[in-house]
Design a protein around this ligand. Structure first.
Ligand code: GLU
Length: 302
């Protein structure tokens, strides 16, 4: 059994990220498994070594450390490109010159159960002349997966059965950077990850990942999508909402141990005033008992 936490090092981890990390750590350890941290730093403009160090320090101050070297996606582009070549050899890759705006305009309103932002397929059948015209304008293509309306069922350990149709997901961005869905599938397999525990904002991307795993002949891990943490205004928790990182909270006199108790309380594992350690929480943890509702913070929490 092997779990993982895969943050993007683009800023400090907030309570929502830390809570997801905690569930994935508790789950792995409750099954005597390993727990790995992988840095999803594909985007080198928004990622930094300083954010990575800060995120690892936050995890460590709550007692969570990777059971193996921290893998960085920025060092693995060759592997992602090899995977794209495997897909290309099966006729599953095409070039797409669309800008975001063109995609928005072309996307029709009724999307069925296609994921948010599903690509409408404009560039599927480009003629050689159209392609040349795009290149002549200095446009560079992204690479997309050619899909045929494949549907996948996710048997999520928390969200239950979720079904979705896969769209022509981006495999490589037009600046040459491999895309998230491809990289995550390649890495989960390369690292022998058996259980993916992550935020439920990624549930709708899971059918895409299942199709990529099938096409690349990689194993399907088990999935558990943890409900997100909401700010008092009901939107997904973000830095702008107030004291949400360990550093913010420390500045207000809240210790890492108190944060752990808060996170544990949100998972119904302890009282928020209790003095708890990670081993205490582990002894009480069961994945099936993770609340299925988002954790909605009160204004007084921030
Ligand atoms: N890197 C993604 C994020 O920070 C998570 C990817 C995953 O867990 O599959 O949202």
């Amino acid at each position: 059994m092997r779990g993982r936490f895969a943050p993007s090092p683009t800023g400090a981890l907030h309570l929502g990220n830390l809570r997801t990390a905690l569930v994935s750590w508790l789950h792995a350890k409750s099954l005597s498994g390993d727990w790995l941290v992988r840095m999803e730093d594909l985007d080198r403009v928004t990622s930094s070594a300083a954010h990575e160090a800060d995120q690892l320090a936050s995890l460590a101050s709550l007692g969570m450390r990777s059971d193996g070297p921290v893998v960085r996606q920025s060092e693995r582009f060759d592997r992602y490109r090899d995977a794209i070549e495997v897909l290309r050899a099966t006729g599953r890759v095409y070039e797409c010159f669309c800008s975001r705006r063109e995609i928005r305009e072309a996307a029709q309103a009724p999307h069925g159960d296609l994921p948010e932002g599903a690509y409408p397929g404009v560039c599927r059948r480009l003629t050689a002349a159209q392609r040349e015209a795009h290149l002549a304008q200095g446009r560079r293509p992204a690479l997309r997966l050619l899909t045929n309306g494949e549907r996948f069922e996710v048997h999520d350990l928390l969200a239950g059965r979720v079904e979705g149709t896969v769209d022509d997901v981006v495999l490589q961005r037009n600046d040459g950077v491999p895309a998230y869905n491809l990289a995550v599938v390649v890495d989960d397999a390369a690292q022998g990850v058996t259980h993916v525990v992550r935020g439920d904002d990624l549930l709708s991307s899971t059918p895409r990942q299942l199709l990529l795993q099938q096409l690349l002949e990689l194993p399907h891990p088990a999935y558990a999508h943890v409900p997100l943490v909401l700010a008092p205004d009901g939107t997904r928790l973000a830095k702008r909402h107030g004291a949400v990182t360990l550093a913010d909270l420390a500045a207000r006199g809240v210790t890492a141990q108190q944060v752990l108790a808060r996170l544990g309380a949100s998972l119904e594992l302890c009282d928020r005033a209790e003095v708890v350690t990670l081993p205490n929480l582990l002894a009480r943890f069961r994945l099936a008992s993770v609340p299925r509702q988002p954790w909605w913070l009160a204004a007084t929490d921030l």
